[in-house]
Design a protein around this ligand. Structure first.
Ligand SMILES: NC(=O)c1ccc[n+]([C@@H]2O[C@H](COP(=O)([O-])OP(=O)(O)OC[C@H]3O[C@@H](n4cnc5c(N)ncnc54)[C@H](OP(=O)(O)O)[C@@H]3O)[C@@H](O)[C@H]2O)c1
Length: 264
């Protein structure tokens, strides 16, 4: 299937590793021009070099910007005004008791997880609307719906993201622009892999057993009963970025392996 992404330019926040990096790889394979992002020049350069090794002839660049820093975000304006596809992927979390998590952590997570998407969308949406084409994709989490008690702040930011996304979709009525949100479940990124390895070493278990335990003891509602691969998430994002997804707008696409339940 040709996803018709060859002439599209894409910015992905927080994409030097993890799901964002996976999305970048998939979009490059589809021929899109991709701008990746991380907090430092060094991490961005390392990720650009890695992608260039695999896709030498592809259109790729990186921009360092830390979404905790307002000035960094504002410096992106000129570079991003014309992007066809914005993927609001950056997200930070902590697993902590409601009683110990500080106001600073709450506000930091809101700043990075919600305000990054607000500010970036404000930069790109006017041009998308005037061109009558564009895609904004928010990367939420199953936590927006499940709200685990050790991740209330993170879950709150992710549910707020759904309101931002849906509200922006209303602004696209009658145009070729769409705004959608994906809701991944537990996904096997490098970060998740090293966390599983750490727990396995501490508990003297195999990584496979620790991973299986997570679904029998913690994420019991998962129908998938395993971590999703980064590719399983990135491929759906590629489709939503494509002109082929034009009838999907204001939607939440669940990629959580059925963990949140319900028929919708
Ligand atoms: N992994 C999961 O199981 C899972 C499940 C559901 C939803 N999600 C959501 O999916 C998205 C991606 O998750 P992930 O697990 O792939 O994340 P991750 O591995 O923790 O992401 C790391 C990436 O985020 C960048 N980053 C971190 N803080 C940043 C900041 N302040 N400013 C700019 N970039 C920053 C890092 O850049 P540098 O290191 O280069 O600075 C790196 O590129 C997040 O929104 C997350 O909430 C993840």
């Amino acid at each position: 299937m040709d996803l018709q992404l060859q002439d599209k330019s894409v910015f992905i926040s927080g994409s030097t590793s993890g799901i964002g990096f996976g999305i970048a790889s998939w979009l490059l394979k589809e021929g899109a021009s991709v701008i990746i992002n991380g907090r430092t020049d060094a991490s961005v350069q390392m990720a650009v070099d890695k992608l260039k090794d695999t896709y030498p002839s592809y259109k790729l660049k990186g921009i360092a910007a830390d979404f905790k820093r307002h000035a960094d975000i504002m410096s992106l304006k000129e570079e991003l005004t014309d992007v066809d596809v914005l993927i609001n992927n950056v997200g930070i979390y902590s697993s902590e008791s409601f009683f110990s998590i500080t106001d600073e952590t709450w506000l930091e997570q809101f700043e990075v997880n919600v305000m990054s998407g607000v500010r970036l969308s404000r930069m790109v949406l006017p041009t998308m609307l005037s061109k009558d084409w564009g895609r904004i994709i928010f990367v939420s989490s199953e936590c927006a719906s499940l709200v685990p008690e050790d991740m209330i702040s993170y879950s709150t930011t992710k549910s707020a993201m759904h309101a931002v996304s849906r509200g922006l979709a209303h602004m696209t009525k009658g145009t070729g622009v769409t705004v959608n949100t994906i809701m991944p479940g537990s996904t096997l990124t490098e970060g998740a892999e090293s966390f599983l390895a750490q727990v396995a070493a501490t508990e003297n278990k195999s990584v496979e057993d620790v991973s299986a335990d997570f679904f029998t003891e913690v994420r019991t509602s998962s129908l998938l009963q395993r971590f999703a691969s980064v590719d399983e998430i990135a491929s759906t994002v590629c489709y939503l970025a494509s002109p082929l997804s034009s009838a999907t707008n204001g939607a939440t696409i669940k990629l959580e392996g059925g963990s949140t339940g319900g028929i919708l």
